[in-house]
Design a protein around this ligand. Structure first.
Ligand SMILES: NC(=O)c1ccc[n+]([C@@H]2O[C@H](COP(=O)([O-])OP(=O)(O)OC[C@H]3O[C@@H](n4cnc5c(N)ncnc54)[C@H](OP(=O)(O)O)[C@@H]3O)[C@@H](O)[C@H]2O)c1
Length: 333
């Protein structure tokens, strides 16, 4: 454990990191945000987590994305972040935009999951304790719950903001119709939805095809993309097999079966275009998302500062020629 005090890089706002306005709100978010889903758990090395968090902030990443059950084990990513908050980030609290979420499985019994008022409020209280925070900047409903009346969920979110435990509200993975209801309800209750968080990458185009990206824009909310590298598929990570300690090797949400010959072929073809652009595939995949101004930020889930450095280089070139875009589409369709 590092005991020396953390002094943030004085050049962290030197213009290298760009900030985008989140919908029609007062909030600016860094083009690249750091997610703590699978890389900050109690199975991970604390020293590496601390190093990544410092590296992020030193490079202008002001937004850290968490959820109640990130780890593994559940809650441990928030605990790790709480340690970093206490040891390093406390003097910088007002420079940070921290999220958490509730709605997926968290604890046993009837109140440990989904979207009841009971679950959301109890879960946020637990999250704040784990993270050593008095409030989060944004609290998300992590997924749509078809069983709980949506008004109950949304009113709980409104009340959470009114009670001062979150400054803003977001929704994640809501189907389009439920999202529309949420945008309208929240704005009618004077707590407009700040952000829609959805899975979006070269291989996963639902926000385009289902229209949730355009919908967030039309509702004056921002859109933040999760799994922008398809959990590592859209990088050079698996081009020479499955490395030890990679997300696939560790087991979890990314399965070996997803690494089909067709996926590998597409990845290697995309890699050729990236090389022509003098980028790594990871850089190109992030740049491809950020070329669209409706995308406020991409949440990367890197496992090392080396990967983070690579990902941040994406910002140096987010422009694509028509020919490049067509070639990319031909590979991905
Ligand atoms: N709202 C939701 O329901 C939801 C769901 C999922 C995620 N999220 C959020 O989105 C964040 C990001 O998701 P994600 O972790 O799936 O993101 P991702 O950036 O698509 O994937 C991260 C993985 O890609 C690999 N990687 C990253 N940069 C690389 C590079 N430059 N070169 C080679 N490999 C690289 C790493 O693999 P290795 O581990 O193998 O090194 C890393 O674990 C999460 O942390 C979370 O905050 C939200």
């Amino acid at each position: 454990m590092m005991n020396t005090r953390f002094f943030a890089n004085e050049n962290r706002y030197d213009g290298t990191m760009k900030y985008r306005r989140c919908g029609k709100s007062g909030i600016l978010l860094p083009e690249v945000s750091l997610g703590l889903w699978h890389n900050f758990g109690d199975v991970d090395t604390l020293a590496n987590c601390i190093q990544m968090a410092h590296y992020a902030f030193d490079n202008g990443i002001t937004h850290f994305d968490l959820a109640n059950n990130y780890g593994p084990s559940y809650g441990s990513a928030e605990e790790t972040f709480g340690t970093i908050m206490k040891k390093s980030f406390a003097p910088y609290r007002d420079e940070l935009f921290i999220s958490t979420k509730a709605g997926h499985d968290m604890w046993q019994g009837p109140y440990g999951s989904w979207n009841s008022r009971k679950h959301l409020i109890a879960s946020l209280d637990q999250s704040l304790r784990r993270m050593n925070l008095e409030y989060v900047d944004i609290f998300y409903s992590h997924r749509y719950d078809p069983e709980t009346p949506i008004e109950e969920t949304l009113q709980a979110l409104v009340d959470i903001v009114k009670g001062g435990k979150a400054l803003y509200i977001g929704i994640s993975k809501y189907p389009k119709e439920a999202a529309q209801f949420a945008y309208s309800y929240l704005s009618q209750h004077n707590v407009p939805c700040l952000l829609y968080q959805g899975k979006y990458n070269l291989f996963h185009r639902q926000p385009e095809t289902e229209g949730t990206l355009q919908q967030s824009y039309d509702n004056k909310a921002g859109f933040i993309a999760f799994s922008p590298l398809a959990q590592g598929l859209l990088t050079n990570r698996y081009l020479q097999g499955i490395p030890e300690n990679s997300r696939i090797a560790r087991g979890g949400f990314l399965k070996k079966e997803q690494l089909t010959n067709e996926v590998l072929y597409r990845v290697s073809e995309l890699n050729k275009i990236a090389q022509q652009r003098k980028q790594t595939l990871a850089e190109m995949a992030l740049a491809w998302l950020l070329k669209d101004e409706m995308v406020t930020s991409v949440i990367i889930g890197a496992s090392s500062t080396t990967q983070m450095a690579d990902n941040l280089k994406a910002l140096q070139n987010i422009r694509f020629t028509k020919e490049e875009l067509k070639a990319i589409e031909d590979i991905c369709k």
